[in-house]
Design a protein around this ligand. Structure first.
Ligand code: G16
Length: 544
Protein backbone atom coordinates (compact mmCIF):
# COMPACT_ATOMS: atom_id res chain seq x y z
CA UNK A 1 0.00 0.00 0.00
CA UNK A 2 1.47 3.35 -1.02
CA UNK A 3 1.76 6.04 1.56
CA UNK A 4 0.31 9.41 0.88
CA UNK A 5 2.35 12.59 1.26
CA UNK A 6 0.25 15.49 2.49
CA UNK A 7 1.57 19.03 2.14
CA UNK A 8 1.20 21.10 5.30
CA UNK A 9 2.53 24.22 6.99
CA UNK A 10 3.80 24.58 10.55
CA UNK A 11 1.71 25.62 13.53
CA UNK A 12 3.89 27.66 15.82
CA UNK A 13 2.23 26.70 19.10
CA UNK A 14 3.18 23.04 19.38
CA UNK A 15 5.63 23.31 22.23
CA UNK A 16 5.18 20.41 24.67
CA UNK A 17 4.60 21.53 28.28
CA UNK A 18 5.21 19.75 31.58
CA UNK A 19 3.64 16.62 30.12
CA UNK A 20 3.18 16.66 26.33
CA UNK A 21 1.09 18.94 24.14
CA UNK A 22 -2.22 19.99 25.69
CA UNK A 23 -4.71 22.20 23.91
CA UNK A 24 -8.42 22.75 23.56
CA UNK A 25 -10.08 20.09 21.41
CA UNK A 26 -10.97 22.75 18.86
CA UNK A 27 -7.29 23.56 18.43
CA UNK A 28 -6.53 19.91 17.70
CA UNK A 29 -9.48 19.84 15.28
CA UNK A 30 -7.84 22.33 12.93
CA UNK A 31 -6.96 20.58 9.68
CA UNK A 32 -3.48 18.97 9.88
CA UNK A 33 -2.89 20.07 13.49
CA UNK A 34 -2.78 16.60 15.05
CA UNK A 35 -1.04 15.09 12.01
CA UNK A 36 1.67 17.77 12.11
CA UNK A 37 2.47 16.99 15.72
CA UNK A 38 2.51 13.22 15.19
CA UNK A 39 4.80 13.58 12.18
CA UNK A 40 7.01 15.92 14.22
CA UNK A 41 7.31 13.19 16.88
CA UNK A 42 8.34 10.67 14.22
CA UNK A 43 10.73 13.14 12.58
CA UNK A 44 12.48 13.70 15.89
CA UNK A 45 13.18 9.96 16.29
CA UNK A 46 15.81 7.81 14.63
CA UNK A 47 15.68 4.22 13.47
CA UNK A 48 12.09 3.53 14.38
CA UNK A 49 11.32 1.85 11.05
CA UNK A 50 10.45 -1.78 11.64
CA UNK A 51 9.88 -1.18 15.36
CA UNK A 52 6.90 -1.52 17.73
CA UNK A 53 4.86 1.43 18.95
CA UNK A 54 2.37 1.33 21.84
CA UNK A 55 -0.76 3.46 21.51
CA UNK A 56 -3.65 4.30 23.81
CA UNK A 57 -5.26 7.06 25.77
CA UNK A 58 -7.59 8.04 28.56
CA UNK A 59 -10.73 7.69 26.44
CA UNK A 60 -11.62 11.37 26.36
CA UNK A 61 -13.36 12.96 23.39
CA UNK A 62 -11.15 12.87 20.25
CA UNK A 63 -9.25 9.80 21.55
CA UNK A 64 -10.93 7.49 19.02
CA UNK A 65 -10.32 9.81 16.10
CA UNK A 66 -6.68 10.38 17.07
CA UNK A 67 -6.04 6.63 17.35
CA UNK A 68 -7.13 6.13 13.74
CA UNK A 69 -5.02 9.06 12.52
CA UNK A 70 -1.94 7.74 14.34
CA UNK A 71 -2.41 4.16 13.11
CA UNK A 72 -2.47 5.35 9.50
CA UNK A 73 0.56 7.58 10.05
CA UNK A 74 2.50 4.84 11.89
CA UNK A 75 1.86 2.53 8.93
CA UNK A 76 2.91 5.16 6.39
CA UNK A 77 6.05 6.01 8.35
CA UNK A 78 7.29 2.43 8.51
CA UNK A 79 6.60 1.08 11.99
CA UNK A 80 6.28 -2.72 11.91
CA UNK A 81 3.65 -3.02 14.60
CA UNK A 82 1.39 -0.96 16.84
CA UNK A 83 0.03 -2.41 20.07
CA UNK A 84 -3.16 -0.51 20.80
CA UNK A 85 -5.35 -0.84 23.87
CA UNK A 86 -8.84 -2.12 23.14
CA UNK A 87 -11.14 0.81 22.34
CA UNK A 88 -8.01 2.98 22.04
CA UNK A 89 -7.68 2.87 25.84
CA UNK A 90 -4.60 2.66 28.03
CA UNK A 91 -4.02 4.45 31.30
CA UNK A 92 -0.71 6.34 31.41
CA UNK A 93 0.93 3.85 33.83
CA UNK A 94 -0.46 0.90 31.85
CA UNK A 95 1.04 2.34 28.65
CA UNK A 96 4.39 2.57 30.44
CA UNK A 97 4.00 -1.02 31.66
CA UNK A 98 3.21 -2.32 28.15
CA UNK A 99 6.12 -0.42 26.52
CA UNK A 100 8.55 -1.94 29.01
CA UNK A 101 7.11 -5.45 29.07
CA UNK A 102 7.17 -5.89 25.30
CA UNK A 103 10.35 -3.92 24.65
CA UNK A 104 8.57 -1.45 22.38
CA UNK A 105 10.45 1.39 20.72
CA UNK A 106 8.15 3.91 22.41
CA UNK A 107 4.53 4.88 22.82
CA UNK A 108 2.05 7.61 22.14
CA UNK A 109 -0.33 8.40 24.98
CA UNK A 110 -3.44 10.44 24.29
CA UNK A 111 -4.37 12.40 27.36
CA UNK A 112 -4.70 15.82 28.87
CA UNK A 113 -4.62 14.13 32.28
CA UNK A 114 -7.08 15.68 34.70
CA UNK A 115 -8.03 18.61 32.46
CA UNK A 116 -11.77 18.59 31.64
CA UNK A 117 -12.74 16.65 28.52
CA UNK A 118 -15.49 16.77 25.91
CA UNK A 119 -15.95 18.84 22.76
CA UNK A 120 -15.33 22.05 24.71
CA UNK A 121 -12.60 20.50 26.84
CA UNK A 122 -8.94 19.67 26.37
CA UNK A 123 -7.06 17.04 24.45
CA UNK A 124 -3.42 16.06 24.70
CA UNK A 125 -0.72 13.88 23.24
CA UNK A 126 2.65 12.84 24.60
CA UNK A 127 5.46 10.61 23.48
CA UNK A 128 7.07 8.05 25.79
CA UNK A 129 10.44 6.51 25.08
CA UNK A 130 11.50 2.86 25.20
CA UNK A 131 12.06 2.96 28.97
CA UNK A 132 8.29 3.63 29.27
CA UNK A 133 8.75 7.16 30.53
CA UNK A 134 7.83 10.60 29.24
CA UNK A 135 10.22 11.92 26.59
CA UNK A 136 13.04 13.87 28.23
CA UNK A 137 13.54 17.54 27.46
CA UNK A 138 16.00 17.05 24.60
CA UNK A 139 13.38 14.98 22.75
CA UNK A 140 10.47 17.33 23.46
CA UNK A 141 12.69 20.20 22.28
CA UNK A 142 13.45 18.27 19.07
CA UNK A 143 9.72 17.59 18.51
CA UNK A 144 9.00 21.28 18.93
CA UNK A 145 11.79 22.20 16.50
CA UNK A 146 10.40 19.73 13.94
CA UNK A 147 6.90 21.16 14.38
CA UNK A 148 8.21 24.59 13.40
CA UNK A 149 9.66 23.47 10.11
CA UNK A 150 7.34 20.64 9.03
CA UNK A 151 6.04 20.88 5.45
CA UNK A 152 4.60 17.40 4.79
CA UNK A 153 3.38 14.33 6.60
CA UNK A 154 2.84 10.72 5.62
CA UNK A 155 -0.42 8.84 5.97
CA UNK A 156 -2.57 6.26 4.20
CA UNK A 157 -5.87 6.61 2.42
CA UNK A 158 -7.70 3.79 4.19
CA UNK A 159 -10.84 3.12 6.20
CA UNK A 160 -10.78 3.02 10.01
CA UNK A 161 -9.38 -0.09 11.67
CA UNK A 162 -11.40 -2.11 14.19
CA UNK A 163 -9.77 -1.38 17.55
CA UNK A 164 -12.59 -2.85 19.63
CA UNK A 165 -11.97 -6.52 18.94
CA UNK A 166 -8.87 -8.07 20.51
CA UNK A 167 -6.45 -9.71 18.13
CA UNK A 168 -4.18 -8.89 15.21
CA UNK A 169 -4.97 -7.26 11.88
CA UNK A 170 -3.05 -5.57 9.05
CA UNK A 171 -2.99 -2.02 7.81
CA UNK A 172 -0.75 -2.05 4.76
CA UNK A 173 2.54 -3.44 6.05
CA UNK A 174 1.70 -2.51 9.62
CA UNK A 175 0.56 -5.16 12.04
CA UNK A 176 -1.96 -3.90 14.56
CA UNK A 177 -2.47 -5.86 17.76
CA UNK A 178 -5.46 -4.85 19.84
CA UNK A 179 -4.59 -5.75 23.45
CA UNK A 180 -6.53 -5.91 26.69
CA UNK A 181 -5.67 -2.53 28.28
CA UNK A 182 -5.87 -3.93 31.83
CA UNK A 183 -4.31 -7.43 31.81
CA UNK A 184 -0.56 -6.65 31.77
CA UNK A 185 -0.94 -3.90 34.31
CA UNK A 186 -3.05 -6.02 36.67
CA UNK A 187 -0.45 -8.78 36.50
CA UNK A 188 2.31 -6.31 37.37
CA UNK A 189 0.36 -5.03 40.38
CA UNK A 190 -0.17 -8.58 41.60
CA UNK A 191 3.57 -9.20 41.41
CA UNK A 192 4.33 -6.19 43.66
CA UNK A 193 1.70 -6.37 46.38
CA UNK A 194 0.41 -9.02 48.76
CA UNK A 195 -3.02 -9.54 47.21
CA UNK A 196 -3.89 -12.35 49.64
CA UNK A 197 -3.32 -10.11 52.60
CA UNK A 198 -5.23 -7.19 51.08
CA UNK A 199 -8.05 -9.58 50.16
CA UNK A 200 -8.17 -10.76 53.77
CA UNK A 201 -8.39 -7.17 55.05
CA UNK A 202 -11.09 -6.21 52.58
CA UNK A 203 -13.16 -9.27 53.41
CA UNK A 204 -12.57 -9.16 57.18
CA UNK A 205 -15.85 -7.36 57.83
CA UNK A 206 -13.81 -4.76 59.74
CA UNK A 207 -12.81 -2.58 56.81
CA UNK A 208 -14.74 -0.38 54.43
CA UNK A 209 -13.35 1.63 51.54
CA UNK A 210 -14.35 3.74 48.54
CA UNK A 211 -12.52 4.28 45.27
CA UNK A 212 -13.55 7.08 42.90
CA UNK A 213 -12.48 6.74 39.25
CA UNK A 214 -14.13 10.09 38.44
CA UNK A 215 -15.62 8.69 35.18
CA UNK A 216 -12.14 8.40 33.73
CA UNK A 217 -9.73 5.69 32.64
CA UNK A 218 -9.14 3.89 35.96
CA UNK A 219 -12.70 2.55 36.06
CA UNK A 220 -11.95 -0.72 34.22
CA UNK A 221 -8.66 -1.12 36.06
CA UNK A 222 -10.39 -0.71 39.43
CA UNK A 223 -13.10 -3.20 38.49
CA UNK A 224 -10.54 -5.85 37.50
CA UNK A 225 -8.10 -5.30 40.37
CA UNK A 226 -10.17 -4.10 43.30
CA UNK A 227 -13.41 -5.94 42.58
CA UNK A 228 -12.49 -9.09 40.63
CA UNK A 229 -9.16 -9.82 42.28
CA UNK A 230 -9.41 -8.24 45.73
CA UNK A 231 -13.09 -8.72 46.40
CA UNK A 232 -14.46 -5.24 47.11
CA UNK A 233 -18.23 -4.97 46.66
CA UNK A 234 -19.45 -3.05 43.58
CA UNK A 235 -20.79 -0.19 45.75
CA UNK A 236 -17.18 0.46 46.85
CA UNK A 237 -16.39 1.73 43.38
CA UNK A 238 -17.65 5.17 42.43
CA UNK A 239 -17.91 6.58 38.91
CA UNK A 240 -16.11 3.65 37.34
CA UNK A 241 -17.75 3.95 33.94
CA UNK A 242 -15.34 5.92 31.72
CA UNK A 243 -17.01 8.70 29.74
CA UNK A 244 -15.74 10.79 26.84
CA UNK A 245 -16.45 13.97 28.80
CA UNK A 246 -15.56 12.45 32.20
CA UNK A 247 -19.18 12.99 33.19
CA UNK A 248 -18.72 16.74 32.82
CA UNK A 249 -16.35 16.68 35.80
CA UNK A 250 -12.78 17.67 36.41
CA UNK A 251 -11.03 14.38 37.21
CA UNK A 252 -8.28 15.85 39.34
CA UNK A 253 -8.13 13.88 42.58
CA UNK A 254 -7.86 16.64 45.13
CA UNK A 255 -10.05 18.01 47.92
CA UNK A 256 -11.83 20.41 45.59
CA UNK A 257 -12.54 18.34 42.49
CA UNK A 258 -13.06 14.96 44.14
CA UNK A 259 -15.76 16.50 46.33
CA UNK A 260 -18.13 13.52 46.05
CA UNK A 261 -15.55 11.22 47.63
CA UNK A 262 -14.44 13.86 50.12
CA UNK A 263 -18.03 14.21 51.35
CA UNK A 264 -18.26 10.46 51.95
CA UNK A 265 -14.90 10.33 53.72
CA UNK A 266 -15.61 13.27 56.02
CA UNK A 267 -19.13 12.12 57.03
CA UNK A 268 -19.81 10.74 60.50
CA UNK A 269 -19.90 7.04 59.52
CA UNK A 270 -17.13 7.38 56.96
CA UNK A 271 -15.33 4.33 55.54
CA UNK A 272 -11.81 3.51 56.73
CA UNK A 273 -10.06 4.29 53.47
CA UNK A 274 -10.83 6.39 50.41
CA UNK A 275 -8.92 7.01 47.21
CA UNK A 276 -9.37 8.61 43.83
CA UNK A 277 -7.48 8.69 40.58
CA UNK A 278 -7.37 11.15 37.71
CA UNK A 279 -8.25 11.31 34.01
CA UNK A 280 -5.39 9.13 32.76
CA UNK A 281 -4.83 7.11 35.91
CA UNK A 282 -1.46 8.38 37.03
CA UNK A 283 -2.49 10.58 39.96
CA UNK A 284 -3.90 9.53 43.31
CA UNK A 285 -5.46 11.01 46.41
CA UNK A 286 -5.41 9.09 49.68
CA UNK A 287 -7.95 9.69 52.43
CA UNK A 288 -8.68 8.05 55.77
CA UNK A 289 -11.79 8.48 57.86
CA UNK A 290 -12.03 12.26 58.27
CA UNK A 291 -8.42 12.52 57.25
CA UNK A 292 -6.50 13.71 54.16
CA UNK A 293 -2.96 12.58 53.42
CA UNK A 294 -0.99 15.16 51.46
CA UNK A 295 0.86 13.66 48.49
CA UNK A 296 4.15 14.75 50.09
CA UNK A 297 3.31 12.90 53.31
CA UNK A 298 2.11 9.92 51.31
CA UNK A 299 5.51 9.60 49.63
CA UNK A 300 7.23 9.78 53.01
CA UNK A 301 4.94 7.14 54.55
CA UNK A 302 5.36 4.78 51.60
CA UNK A 303 9.13 5.15 51.80
CA UNK A 304 9.23 4.58 55.56
CA UNK A 305 7.06 1.45 55.25
CA UNK A 306 8.26 0.01 51.95
CA UNK A 307 9.87 -2.97 53.69
CA UNK A 308 6.36 -4.21 54.56
CA UNK A 309 5.44 -4.65 50.88
CA UNK A 310 6.68 -7.68 48.89
CA UNK A 311 7.86 -5.70 45.86
CA UNK A 312 10.07 -3.45 48.00
CA UNK A 313 11.04 -5.84 50.80
CA UNK A 314 14.67 -5.76 49.71
CA UNK A 315 14.81 -2.05 50.54
CA UNK A 316 14.73 1.08 48.44
CA UNK A 317 17.77 2.52 46.70
CA UNK A 318 16.82 6.18 46.99
CA UNK A 319 13.94 8.64 46.78
CA UNK A 320 13.33 11.47 44.32
CA UNK A 321 10.82 14.26 44.74
CA UNK A 322 10.05 17.32 42.69
CA UNK A 323 11.42 20.55 44.13
CA UNK A 324 8.07 21.98 45.30
CA UNK A 325 7.15 18.71 47.06
CA UNK A 326 7.59 18.95 50.83
CA UNK A 327 10.76 17.77 52.48
CA UNK A 328 8.96 15.08 54.50
CA UNK A 329 10.55 12.35 52.37
CA UNK A 330 14.02 13.87 52.95
CA UNK A 331 13.71 12.98 56.62
CA UNK A 332 12.88 9.38 55.80
CA UNK A 333 15.77 9.14 53.34
CA UNK A 334 18.04 10.55 56.00
CA UNK A 335 16.98 7.95 58.54
CA UNK A 336 17.27 5.12 56.03
CA UNK A 337 20.68 6.39 54.95
CA UNK A 338 19.70 6.53 51.27
CA UNK A 339 20.00 9.24 48.61
CA UNK A 340 17.33 11.90 48.13
CA UNK A 341 17.09 13.84 44.85
CA UNK A 342 15.27 17.12 44.32
CA UNK A 343 14.21 17.48 40.67
CA UNK A 344 12.17 20.00 38.69
CA UNK A 345 8.40 19.47 38.36
CA UNK A 346 7.61 16.82 35.75
CA UNK A 347 7.82 13.05 35.91
CA UNK A 348 10.28 13.05 33.02
CA UNK A 349 13.01 14.23 35.39
CA UNK A 350 12.82 10.96 37.37
CA UNK A 351 13.52 8.75 34.35
CA UNK A 352 17.32 8.85 34.38
CA UNK A 353 17.51 8.29 38.14
CA UNK A 354 15.16 5.30 37.91
CA UNK A 355 16.99 3.83 34.91
CA UNK A 356 20.32 4.19 36.71
CA UNK A 357 18.95 2.40 39.79
CA UNK A 358 19.67 5.44 41.98
CA UNK A 359 16.05 5.74 43.20
CA UNK A 360 13.18 3.33 43.78
CA UNK A 361 10.36 5.66 44.88
CA UNK A 362 9.40 9.03 43.41
CA UNK A 363 6.74 11.53 44.25
CA UNK A 364 5.31 14.92 43.51
CA UNK A 365 3.07 17.22 45.47
CA UNK A 366 0.71 17.22 42.48
CA UNK A 367 -0.80 13.91 43.59
CA UNK A 368 1.76 11.77 41.81
CA UNK A 369 3.56 8.83 43.37
CA UNK A 370 5.34 5.93 41.73
CA UNK A 371 8.30 3.59 41.68
CA UNK A 372 10.72 1.80 39.42
CA UNK A 373 7.99 -0.68 38.35
CA UNK A 374 7.12 1.69 35.46
CA UNK A 375 8.38 5.11 34.36
CA UNK A 376 5.21 7.10 35.04
CA UNK A 377 3.47 8.01 38.22
CA UNK A 378 0.81 5.49 39.03
CA UNK A 379 -2.52 6.15 40.75
CA UNK A 380 -3.76 2.62 41.46
CA UNK A 381 -0.26 1.49 42.44
CA UNK A 382 -0.32 4.08 45.26
CA UNK A 383 -3.78 2.92 46.34
CA UNK A 384 -2.62 -0.71 46.44
CA UNK A 385 0.54 0.29 48.33
CA UNK A 386 -1.58 1.94 51.01
CA UNK A 387 -3.96 -1.03 51.11
CA UNK A 388 -0.97 -3.33 51.59
CA UNK A 389 0.29 -1.17 54.48
CA UNK A 390 -3.13 -1.12 56.08
CA UNK A 391 -3.42 -4.90 55.67
CA UNK A 392 -0.09 -5.42 57.42
CA UNK A 393 -0.28 -2.76 60.10
CA UNK A 394 -4.01 -3.03 60.83
CA UNK A 395 -4.07 0.57 62.04
CA UNK A 396 -6.21 3.42 60.81
CA UNK A 397 -4.91 5.84 58.19
CA UNK A 398 -4.93 8.65 60.73
CA UNK A 399 -3.00 6.57 63.29
CA UNK A 400 -0.39 5.78 60.66
CA UNK A 401 0.15 9.41 59.74
CA UNK A 402 0.12 10.58 63.35
CA UNK A 403 2.79 8.10 64.38
CA UNK A 404 4.80 9.01 61.27
CA UNK A 405 4.79 12.67 62.32
CA UNK A 406 5.74 11.71 65.86
CA UNK A 407 8.79 9.87 64.56
CA UNK A 408 9.90 12.28 61.83
CA UNK A 409 8.21 15.59 62.63
CA UNK A 410 5.49 17.11 60.47
CA UNK A 411 6.09 19.19 57.36
CA UNK A 412 2.96 21.32 57.26
CA UNK A 413 2.27 21.82 53.59
CA UNK A 414 -0.19 23.43 51.23
CA UNK A 415 -0.40 24.53 47.59
CA UNK A 416 -2.40 27.57 46.55
CA UNK A 417 -3.36 27.74 42.88
CA UNK A 418 -4.49 30.84 41.02
CA UNK A 419 -5.90 29.24 37.89
CA UNK A 420 -6.40 30.87 34.50
CA UNK A 421 -5.09 34.28 35.53
CA UNK A 422 -3.80 36.87 33.09
CA UNK A 423 -0.55 35.50 31.62
CA UNK A 424 1.18 38.90 31.53
CA UNK A 425 0.42 39.65 35.17
CA UNK A 426 1.64 36.22 36.26
CA UNK A 427 4.77 36.63 34.14
CA UNK A 428 5.50 40.00 35.74
CA UNK A 429 5.11 38.51 39.21
CA UNK A 430 7.67 35.83 38.40
CA UNK A 431 10.06 38.35 36.79
CA UNK A 432 9.89 40.55 39.81
CA UNK A 433 10.62 37.65 42.17
CA UNK A 434 13.60 36.62 40.05
CA UNK A 435 14.90 40.18 40.09
CA UNK A 436 14.46 40.48 43.84
CA UNK A 437 16.42 37.22 44.19
CA UNK A 438 19.51 37.39 46.37
CA UNK A 439 18.60 40.86 47.67
CA UNK A 440 15.94 39.20 49.82
CA UNK A 441 18.56 37.34 51.82
CA UNK A 442 18.72 38.53 55.42
CA UNK A 443 15.44 40.45 55.26
CA UNK A 444 12.91 39.63 57.96
CA UNK A 445 9.19 39.12 57.40
CA UNK A 446 6.93 38.65 60.44
CA UNK A 447 9.88 37.31 62.40
CA UNK A 448 11.04 34.96 59.61
CA UNK A 449 14.49 35.65 58.21
CA UNK A 450 15.10 34.87 54.55
CA UNK A 451 18.02 32.43 54.37
CA UNK A 452 18.10 32.08 50.57
CA UNK A 453 16.18 32.96 47.46
CA UNK A 454 16.90 31.51 44.04
CA UNK A 455 15.47 30.37 40.73
CA UNK A 456 15.75 26.59 40.89
CA UNK A 457 18.15 25.03 38.43
CA UNK A 458 18.74 21.29 38.13
CA UNK A 459 21.72 19.40 36.78
CA UNK A 460 20.78 15.83 35.99
CA UNK A 461 23.34 13.68 37.87
CA UNK A 462 23.21 10.99 35.17
CA UNK A 463 23.52 12.86 31.86
CA UNK A 464 24.60 16.28 33.10
CA UNK A 465 21.77 18.12 31.33
CA UNK A 466 20.79 21.41 32.93
CA UNK A 467 17.20 22.67 33.39
CA UNK A 468 16.92 26.27 34.47
CA UNK A 469 14.12 28.57 35.68
CA UNK A 470 12.20 25.82 37.40
CA UNK A 471 10.60 27.99 40.09
CA UNK A 472 11.54 30.66 42.61
CA UNK A 473 12.36 29.34 46.07
CA UNK A 474 12.42 31.52 49.14
CA UNK A 475 13.79 29.69 52.16
CA UNK A 476 13.71 30.93 55.75
CA UNK A 477 16.20 30.28 58.50
CA UNK A 478 13.81 27.96 60.38
CA UNK A 479 13.56 25.67 57.31
CA UNK A 480 10.21 27.03 56.11
CA UNK A 481 9.84 27.61 52.37
CA UNK A 482 7.65 29.40 49.89
CA UNK A 483 7.96 28.41 46.24
CA UNK A 484 6.45 30.19 43.27
CA UNK A 485 6.10 28.74 39.78
CA UNK A 486 3.86 28.84 36.76
CA UNK A 487 2.12 25.63 35.77
CA UNK A 488 3.19 23.96 32.54
CA UNK A 489 -0.06 22.06 32.04
CA UNK A 490 -2.82 24.67 31.84
CA UNK A 491 -4.50 25.59 28.55
CA UNK A 492 -6.03 28.98 29.46
CA UNK A 493 -4.03 32.04 30.56
CA UNK A 494 -1.51 31.17 33.26
CA UNK A 495 -1.81 29.23 36.49
CA UNK A 496 0.29 30.49 39.36
CA UNK A 497 1.19 27.90 41.97
CA UNK A 498 2.41 28.86 45.44
CA UNK A 499 3.80 26.08 47.61
CA UNK A 500 4.06 26.63 51.36
CA UNK A 501 5.91 24.50 53.86
CA UNK A 502 6.80 24.67 57.56
CA UNK A 503 8.42 22.03 59.77
CA UNK A 504 7.07 21.18 63.22
CA UNK A 505 8.96 18.76 65.44
CA UNK A 506 6.76 19.07 68.53
CA UNK A 507 4.04 16.36 68.53
CA UNK A 508 1.75 18.50 70.67
CA UNK A 509 1.63 21.08 67.84
CA UNK A 510 1.29 18.69 64.91
CA UNK A 511 -2.50 18.38 64.84
CA UNK A 512 -3.11 22.00 63.82
CA UNK A 513 -5.03 22.70 60.63
CA UNK A 514 -2.44 23.22 57.85
CA UNK A 515 -3.85 26.58 56.70
CA UNK A 516 -3.63 27.88 60.26
CA UNK A 517 -0.16 26.49 60.74
CA UNK A 518 0.94 28.19 57.52
CA UNK A 519 -0.91 31.49 58.04
CA UNK A 520 2.30 33.49 58.60
CA UNK A 521 3.85 32.15 55.40
CA UNK A 522 0.68 32.80 53.40
CA UNK A 523 0.80 36.44 54.49
CA UNK A 524 4.53 36.68 53.73
CA UNK A 525 3.97 35.24 50.25
CA UNK A 526 1.46 38.00 49.54
CA UNK A 527 3.78 40.65 50.97
CA UNK A 528 6.76 39.58 48.88
CA UNK A 529 5.04 38.66 45.62
CA UNK A 530 2.06 41.06 45.61
CA UNK A 531 -0.17 38.28 44.37
CA UNK A 532 -3.41 40.27 44.51
CA UNK A 533 -1.92 43.07 42.50
CA UNK A 534 -0.51 40.83 39.77
CA UNK A 535 -3.37 38.35 39.48
CA UNK A 536 -6.32 40.59 40.24
CA UNK A 537 -7.57 37.82 42.55
CA UNK A 538 -8.33 38.00 46.26
CA UNK A 539 -7.82 34.33 46.91
CA UNK A 540 -6.67 31.10 45.27
CA UNK A 541 -9.03 29.03 43.12
CA UNK A 542 -7.82 25.74 44.56
CA UNK A 543 -6.15 25.03 47.88
CA UNK A 544 -4.71 21.59 48.46
C1 G16 B 1 1.89 16.61 35.00
C2 G16 B 1 3.26 16.08 35.16
C3 G16 B 1 3.66 16.12 36.61
C4 G16 B 1 3.49 17.51 37.17
C5 G16 B 1 2.07 17.97 36.94
C6 G16 B 1 1.82 19.40 37.34
O1 G16 B 1 0.98 15.75 35.61
O2 G16 B 1 3.35 14.75 34.70
O3 G16 B 1 4.97 15.68 36.72
O4 G16 B 1 3.78 17.54 38.52
O5 G16 B 1 1.77 17.87 35.57
O6 G16 B 1 2.55 20.22 36.53
P1 G16 B 1 2.31 21.77 36.51
O7 G16 B 1 2.52 22.23 37.94
O8 G16 B 1 3.33 22.29 35.57
O9 G16 B 1 0.88 22.03 36.09
P2 G16 B 1 -0.28 15.21 34.81
O10 G16 B 1 -0.94 14.28 35.77
O11 G16 B 1 -1.07 16.44 34.49
O12 G16 B 1 0.31 14.56 33.61
Amino acid sequence: MNSLEVITRPFLDQQPGTSGLRKKVEVFQQPHYLENFVQSIFNSLENYQGEVLVLGGDGRYYNRHAVQVILRMAAANGFAKVMVGRGGLLSTPAASCVIRKYGAFGGIVLSASHNPAGEQGDFGIKYNTGNGGPAPEHITAAIYAESRRINRYLTLDTADVDVDTPGCRQLGDLQIEVIDPVADYAELMQSLFDFDRIHALINSGLFRMRFDAMHAITGPYAVEILENRLGVTPDTLMNCEPKEDFGGGHPDPNLVYADELVEVMFASQAPDFGAASDGDGDRNMILGRNCFITPSDSLAVLAANAHLVPGYRQGIAGIARSMPTSQAADRVADKLGIELFETPTGWKFFGNLLDAGRVTLCGEESFGTGSNHVREKDGLWAVLFWLNLLAVRRESVSDIITSHWQSYGRNFYSRHDYEAVDADGAGQLMHRLRDLGPALRGTIYAGHEVAFSDDFSYTDPIDGSVSEHQGVRIGFSDGSRVVFRLSGTGTAGATLRIYLERYEADPSLQQLDAQRALADLIAIAEQIAQIRHHTGRDCPTVIT
